[in-house]
Design a protein around this ligand. Structure first.
Ligand SMILES: [Zn+2]
Length: 460
């Protein structure tokens, strides 16, 4: 029987990664992600699954980002009850992120019912925290870098890919074919994480192309900007406020801050992480030292924790978070969400953004039209919680930080892999980016490529 793959997401867009793989008798899913971003794609989250959920015998996850796992609790309602295999760190992060996603879905539904903006009456959450609780019971961590029998006649191997802790490519052997899913490809030389690891190519490679047509800004050093911003702000007696993603970016920041403090390039001021999720994620990062790169392992061997620095405090409770408002001394205050879409960062912003001594330091992409973009444009006031707040704080940015490899890093990984894939499907990119990267793979490596289309089924 031929092996078939159906692209149920991350085709024509960067979110909703879901692949249905069949060898004619057994069906499995690789990733099971939620659509994010524009409304048209998000509507698909409400579609009935286009496969028989109870027929799926295994689910394999590349990593724990919600656009790769966020539909698991939803499909459970349609009978999806297969074991969910992933690397050990992914299983832990997936539990954290799925429970959070369930809470957010419930919050959004109640917001929609208050504002009357919903097509469901009363508005329904996509799923609840209780659904997510049920779903995470099926997570089955497996060893990385070894062959795992995930279903009759199907073997899988997870190989580290950088990106975030636990993120891996996935090599499937089924029906006499070898299929490689790149998953999300990370950066080279990232703190703590291994570089993307080469894997032998086979009959088909499905490769992401988020930055397939672009290069990151490599023109400046993260340490230099971070030190410069913190030193200037501290001299003014101000607070450096950093909106950050809880998983990945916050841990990288802690790593850089530890280095800067150790080198005495910044003063020994408090570093406060006000986000329960970032606190949990940092603990998970600390538990998986076996997935660290050489440098981080050496650090551990010398008795240093990569994410531990003097005067670092994690804040969990709401009251503790509010109490931070009374602190007048210089400090670094890291809080989520990184895109200022919600969370405690908004309260800190409201409290601190008017004061000229303070700095708001962006460490991630701020989409056009967003609050972050508005601040970066230098506007003199900002609307927060229905109030107009004046902007006096300095607005700064470290650009080029991304968890995704750029075009040259994607190519570097391809070149590092032994063998030539018979066919390459380009996925997980906006259409222009996917087309451009498919052309680059043809011209640079001579690989035979196609750009995957939503709901398309191919035979390997
Ligand atoms: Zn990702």
């Amino acid at each position: 029987m031929p092996v078939t793959i159906t692209f149920l997401g991350a085709a024509g867009t960067v979110t909703g990664s879901t692949y249905l793989v069949s060898d004619g008798t057994t069906k499995i899913l690789v990733d099971c992600g939620i659509f994010q971003g524009n409304r048209e794609w998000r509507q698909h989250n409400w579609d009935d699954p286009s496969f028989n959920s109870s027929e799926i015998s295994a689910i394999l996850l590349t990593h724990a980002h919600i656009d790769h796992i966020g539909m698991l609790p939803r499909y459970q309602k349609f009978g999806l009850n297969a074991p969910i295999y992933s690397s050990p760190a992914t299983a832990e992060l997936a539990e954290l992120l799925l429970l959070d996603s369930g809470r957010l879905q419930e919050e959004e539904a109640s917001y929609r019912s208050e504002t009357g903006r919903s097509r469901h009456h009363p508005p329904l959450p996509l799923y609840t925290e209780a659904d997510a609780q049920e779903c995470v019971k099926r997570l089955r961590p497996v060893a990385i870098n070894s062959d795992v029998n995930v279903s009759a006649g199907i073997s899988a191997r997870w190989s580290p890919m950088g990106h975030i802790l636990g993120a891996c490519s996935l090599t499937l052997e089924l029906g006499g074919k070898r299929i490689v899913f790149s998953g999300d490809i990370g950066r080279y030389g990232e703190p703590v994480l291994l570089d993307p690891q080469p894997v032998p190519m086979g009959d088909l490679l499905l490769i992401e192309s988020t930055y397939g047509d672009r290069l990151h800004d490599h023109s400046h050093d993260v340490h230099d900007i971070l030190a410069d911003v913190i030193n200037k702000t501290t001299k003014r007696g101000g607070v450096t406020l950093i909106p950050s993603f809880a998983v990945g970016r916050t841990q990288s920041l802690l790593y850089y801050l530890r280095e800067l403090k150790a080198a005495k390039r910044i003063p020994d001021i408090p570093v406060i992480i006000d986000s329960p999720m970032a606190s949990d994620a940092t603990q998970i990062y600390q538990r998986h030292a076996n997935e660290y790169d050489q440098q981080a392992r050496e650090l551990l061997a010398r008795g240093f924790q990569p994410f531990q620095l003097p005067k670092m405090y994690f804040v969990r409770g709401r009251d503790e978070s509010i109490a931070l408002n009374s602190i007048q001394e210089p400090m670094v205050l890291i809080s989520a969400s990184g895109m200022l879409t919600g969370g405690r960062i908004l309260h800190h912003l409201k409290h601190r953004v008017s004061d000229r001594r303070n700095t708001v330091l962006f460490v991630g992409f701020q989409p056009p039209g967003s609050r972050g973009d508005w601040l970066k444009q230098g506007n003199s006031s900002l609307r927060l919680f229905g109030e107009e707040v004046s902007v006096g704080a300095e607005i700064a940015e470290i650009s080029g930080l991304s968890a995704h490899g750029d075009r040259d890093e994607l190519l570097r990984w391809c070149r590092s892999c032994p063998g030539t894939p018979s066919s390459v499907g380009v996925v997980h990119g906006e259409p222009e980016s996917a087309q451009a990267f498919a052309a680059t793979l043809r011209s640079e490596l001579g690989w035979s490529t196609f750009v995957a289309a939503y709901k398309q089924t191919i035979t390997v």
